[in-house]
Design a protein around this ligand. Structure first.
Ligand SMILES: Nc1ncnc2c1ncn2[C@@H]1O[C@H](COP(=O)(O)OP(=O)(O)OP(=O)(O)O)[C@@H](O)[C@H]1O
Length: 718
């Protein structure tokens, strides 16, 4: 039977099913596009919001380098007449600065990085990312850059009077009358005010020193060289530990352990491996720790007061973009009379080898323990011994430091690296001392060869070589007698460090930003052979570097014994003598480190002397260390003796004593006792009173008496 085809069922669900699917699809599409749209709007809103907030509160912009002019190498080559020597206007640790005429016929300063290494690349990036985004009348303007293969150049506004280094210690010193010096101090303070309080996040310069203060045609100062600067990130170890609200640090202790080995690099900073690095600060301490620990101060109470910076800044508003629109509350030490409790020497004593081991395992709960440790480190730190408060005088300090640097275990001191006496010529053109010093040779270079050279000049010439050798031997014997014990200790400590490093043990560090490479081969970022030249000077930034021109700006050749720029390793920050001492103990780079450097700079400007200025005459060694000498003068109530004699009597005594006292405040050991930069600017402008002289520098420091009577009491009790 033929089968009948089934008639199509009238209620087949197919069309309605299709409709439903369509509807669902439509709904889904619409809702998902709505979600996407909403997300985009939300994202854009937040982006806009944060950008507009930034515009109001952050005067610099991380995309700023894009706004800088990009030059091609050829253009800059032409502008400087093929980098002609005649156009050289200065030479720094990382590059040579040329005068050049670019594009619109204007004069520019063009800095060409000499070699490309990880360090220079990082500094280049820092300069672009930080200085490139900042505009202030107190900062030198970075106008452009050039990146081509391994060539790196930076184009700055031209500063006709070069740097303060040249002006103070070069022929320009005549032009540095008192008013100009005072204005420079104020300008540098304003520049730091802008960086610390006008920028969000605050920028810490990290390398304030005379060669980084440039002078325009009117001798107004602008600061430059942001290669070592960084932006402060809240919640960092150093910030918490040293913030005036110290109590809070314990709450944040969780981050402590985690951050001991890291620090936040500035935008665009390449990340590098720490495996081959050794903590320089610890090595330095190990190489220079002494049994003569000195008294330290602890802070018992600080009366702190919050004040709204905006209120102050709005009224001043000297700096462009200086207003913190967020109304950020900035704490400020209000009570200058913070009380000190001197504590015992035993408390200061600490075995650094233990620190090396224990700090690696620093845990979250250990903040409370860590603070005294850090403080103890300071007590032990060689740097503190410059304060002249103990038995160790400047001479010991200077000699010990020399000793620590030339001890045989110091890898930086191979025989081939010591400048030979023949090579260290005294260049009369570089004798830029005060009149009293003019006839006195300065000790140049490092080690006894140099010392000998200095002494040699004092003796009649006909005595000749024999005498020189004799003096040399005498000096060495004298030093050996004094320091033999110390040397062997340092020797073993340094050996310990080196062995640990060789075994691949990653040295614990608090990210002091002060590490240095033990001589090791050969990768990107390592100093190359040329850098270790027997004729040259040692720069931690680049190892040994040839110094062909005995330029005025060259510290090495102008008698500044310690200006082998310690600013200079891969992550080394700051320059020895200018760098804040806490930085060697547990330091993240903080604003108060800049304040310390400013303190040194003020003394240098007022006195016309370098921070370490070793002269041949032993009588003058007390003046060798400017800070120590200033403290001694303060204790004897005679600070004006520090003022540059070349000024004769043509200076404002009130301003000079204000500057010196202010510098002493900035040079206090405890960072939180130093004034902040807003206060400093106000004090300089005469809008705020100078704080009382820090207790340790007052003419008759009660701390010593207190210490003695305490010991006596302790003895009686025993
Ligand atoms: N914009 C400029 N205008 C005029 N001269 C400049 C300018 N920039 C730098 N110089 C000169 O070049 C010198 C070297 O500057 P640079 O910043 O390279 O090195 P530095 O600060 O002396 O050393 P380092 O980089 O090791 O800290 C300065 O001391 C100054 O004399």
């Amino acid at each position: 039977m033929p089968s009948r085809p089934l008639p199509p069922g009238p209620n087949l669900p197919r069309p309605s099913f299709l409709n439903k699917t369509r509807v669902i699809f439509l709904v889904l599409t619409i809702s998902s596009s709505a979600v996407i749209l909403f997300t985009i709007i939300y994202f854009l809103y937040h982006l806009w919001n944060s950008l507009s907030n930034r515009a109001r509160t952050i005067p610099f912009d991380s995309s700023a380098p894009l706004k800088l002019q990009r030059f091609c190498y050829k253009e800059l080559k032409n502008a400087t007449n093929d980098f002609d020597d005649a156009n050289i206007i200065g030479k720094g640790g990382s590059g040579t600065v040329f005068r050049g005429i670019v594009r619109d016929g204007k004069l520019f300063a063009i800095k060409r990085l000499d070699t490309l290494s990880l360090q220079t690349e990082r500094e280049f990036q820092n300069e672009l990312q930080i200085l490139g985004g900042l505009r202030s009348p107190f900062l030198v303007t970075l106008l452009g850059y050039c990146v081509e293969k391994n060539k790196r150049l930076l184009v700055y506004e031209y500063m006709p009077n070069k740097s303060l280094q040249e002006s103070l210690f070069g022929d320009g010193h005549l032009s540095m009358n008192w008013q100009r010096r005072f204005d420079v101090i104020l300008d540098v303070a304003k520049a730091l005010e802008f960086l610390h309080f006008g920028c969000d996040p605050p920028v810490i310069h990290g390398d304030i020193k005379p060669s980084n203060v440039l002078l325009d045609c009117d001798y107004r100062a602008k600061i430059s060289d942001f290669g070592l600067s960084r932006m402060k990130v809240e919640g960092e170890f150093g910030l918490d530990l040293f913030s005036q609200d110290f109590g809070r640090s314990q709450e944040l202790s969780g981050t402590l352990g985690g951050t001991t080995g890291e620090h936040t690099p500035a935008i665009g900073t390449p990340v590098e491996s720490n495996n081959t690095e050794v903590d320089f600060a610890l090595a330095l301490q190990a190489s220079s720790s002494s049994k003569n620990s000195k008294k330290c101060y602890n802070v018992r109470a600080l009366s702190l007061n919050s004040l709204n910076y905006n209120a102050n800044l709005a009224s001043e508003n000297d700096c462009k973009g200086g207003v913190n629109g967020k109304g950020k509350e900035v704490t400020c030490v209000d009570d200058w009379n913070a009380k000190f409790v001197p504590y015992d020497d035993e408390f200061c004593s600490i075995d650094h080898s233990k620190e090396l081991n224990s700090s690696a395992n620093l845990g979250a709960d250990e903040v409370a323990v860590t603070m005294p440790t850090s403080v103890k480190q300071w007590g032990k730190d060689w740097w503190w011994r410059q304060d002249g408060s103990g038995e160790l005088c400047s001479k010991d300090y200077v000699m010990e430091w020399i000793g620590s640097q030339i001890c045989p275990s110091n890898p930086d001191w191979g025989d081939d690296k010591k400048p030979s006496p023949e090579k260290i010529e005294l260049d009369n053109s570089t004798q830029l001392d005060k009149p009293e010093d003019v006839n006195e040779p300065q000790v140049q270079g490092l080690g006894f060869d140099a010392l000998d050279k200095g002494f040699e000049k004092e003796e009649p010439k006909q005595k000749g070589r024999k005498n020189r050798k004799k003096t040399n031997r005498k000096m060495q014997e004298w030093w050996k007698d004094d320091h033999l014990g110390e040397v062997s200790k340092k020797d073993s400590k340094l050996k310990q460090l080196k062995t640990k490093w060789k075994k691949g043990f990653k040295m614990p560090h608090f990210d002091l930003g002060r590490r240095f490479y033990f001589c090791r081969s050969k990768k990107f970022g390592e100093p190359n052979q040329d850098d270790r030249d027997a004729n040259g000077e040692f720069s931690f930034r680049r190892g040994w570097r040839r110094k062909n021109n005995n330029s005025i700006g060259s510290d090495m050749w102008s008698g500044d014994l310690f200006s082998r720029e310690l600013s200079s390793t891969t992550s080394m920050r700051g320059t020895l003598c200018y760098v804040a001492p806490e930085y060697g103990g547990c330091g993240y780079l903080m604003e108060k480190a800049d304040i310390y450097s400013l303190g040194v700079l003020i003394l240098v400007i007022v006195s016309g002397r370098r921070p370490l200025h070793v002269l041949a005459s032993p009588m003058r060694l007390e003046k060798a260390n400017l800070i120590s000498w200033c403290r001694q003068l303060a204790q004897s109530g005679n600070i004006l003796e520090l003022v540059d004699e070349r000024l004769k009597d043509e200076y404002n005594k009130e301003q000079a004593s204000l500057c010196i006292n202010l510098a002493l405040s900035c040079l206090q050991k405890m960072p939180e006792l130093r004034p902040d930069i807003v206060e400093i600017v106000k004090i300089l402008k005469g809008e705020m009173d100078l704080p009382p002289v820090p207790i340790e520098f007052s003419p008759s420091p009660p701390s010593k008496l207190y210490n003695r009577s305490r010991r006596k009491q302790k003895g009686n009790a025993d």
